[in-house]
Design a protein around this ligand. Structure first.
Ligand code: C2E
Ligand code: CA
Ligand code: CA
Ligand code: CA
Length: 278
């Protein structure tokens, strides 16, 4: 028995070893991924349920690894944040998204709003200036860009960041509160930041329409948005029943597999053409 146990331990540790080696290799590769142009931006459309029209899209990064294929951001963004690589990656995401908006405009297509995920580390001094410079370079009006930020970022009490975000909001940029409801029970940041849109996290949407606790929570979130005069969007909507239930609650902006997953740019182009020409 003892022997067997030892064997397990040995096996386990070599397995862990293999995994951490793999992790180290991925981490090394990540440092070169930008230079090797291995990142792709995919776009998940956001729908207005009432009009059944695309009113925006969220840009979601993917990593096309030479050996491992398409790697989802959950596997490398945390490491990019730990190492600070997220600053350069985030800047690439922003530029790529704006370049795509310019391409669509040149094709006579219009995506009303592009949402981009922003990590806390990116919000260093200089962020606002470089963002506004990129917007000008690609001739994208600030109103067309939405920055998605989590509660965790906004809970950091940082005067300079608050002022920077206020200035960006002043110039027309939109702000969405990502993963709403997952971070803090304290909503004080809603007093200090000018948020335009609350984004109800997928974990709350999953239980709709049967889980009464999720129903109560989502109803409260929609009410908070309405009471504060903010927009509200639900992410992770997978079924018609969820879409219908959310609409009845007053949340008519929806993003999820029920409509589409994140799509390569060409596929969103097709949808925009169909919507515009149809
Ligand atoms: P998130 O911002 O909460 O993004 C939503 C995630 O839910 C995306 O996963 C999306 O593909 C997925 N999703 C959308 N609809 C459904 C659905 O109906 N069902 C299910 N099960 N999932 C759905 P993804 O693309 O793997 O991204 C994971 C996370 O990685 C994002 O979570 C975001 O935090 C981060 N991320 C992605 N792109 C970027 C980026 O460019 N910059 C930064 N800083 N973070 C990013
Ligand atoms: Ca997001
Ligand atoms: Ca604003
Ligand atoms: Ca989320």
């Amino acid at each position: 028995r003892a022997r067997q146990g030892n064997h397990d331990v040995l096996f386990y540790s070599s397995e862990m070893n293999r995994r951490s080696l793999e992790r180290i290799k991925l981490e090394t590769d990540l440092r070169f991924a930008l230079d090797r142009r291995e990142f792709e931006l995919h776009y998940q459309p956001q729908y207005d349920v009432r009009t059944q029209r695309i009113v925006g899209a969220e840009a979601l990064i993917r990593w096309r690894h030479r050996e491992k294929g398409l790697i989802s951001p959950g596997l490398f963004i945390p490491f990019a944040e730990e190492t600070g690589l997220i600053v350069q990656i985030g800047d690439w995401v922003l530029q790529q998204g704006l370049r795509q908006l310019a391409t669509w405009r040149a094709q006579g297509l219009h995506l009303p709003r592009l949402a981009i995920n922003v990590s806390g580390l990116q919000l260093r001094s200089g962020f606002a200036d470089s963002l506004l410079a990129h917007l000008a370079q690609w001739q994208v009006p600030p109103q067309q860009l939405e920055l998605e930020m989590t509660e965790t970022i906004l809970m950091r009490d940082n005067e300079r960041m608050t002022q920077m975000l206020a200035a960006l909001s002043e110039s027309g940029l939109r702000f969405a509160l990502d993963d709403f409801g997952t971070g803090y029970s304290n909503l004080s940041y809603l007093q200090h930041f000018q948020i335009d849109l609350l984004k109800i996290d997928r974990t709350f949407v999953q239980g709709l329409p049967d889980n009464s606790r999720d129903v109560a929570l989502v109803r409260s979130m929609v009410q908070i948005a309405q009471n504060l005069g903010l927009g509200v969007i639900a992410e992770g909507v997978e079924t018609a029943a969820q879409a219908e239930f959310l609409t009845d609650l007053g949340c008519n902006l929806i993003q999820g597999y029920y409509y589409h997953p994140a799509l390569p740019a060409e596929q969103l182009t097709e949808l925009l053409i169909a919507q515009q020409g149809g």
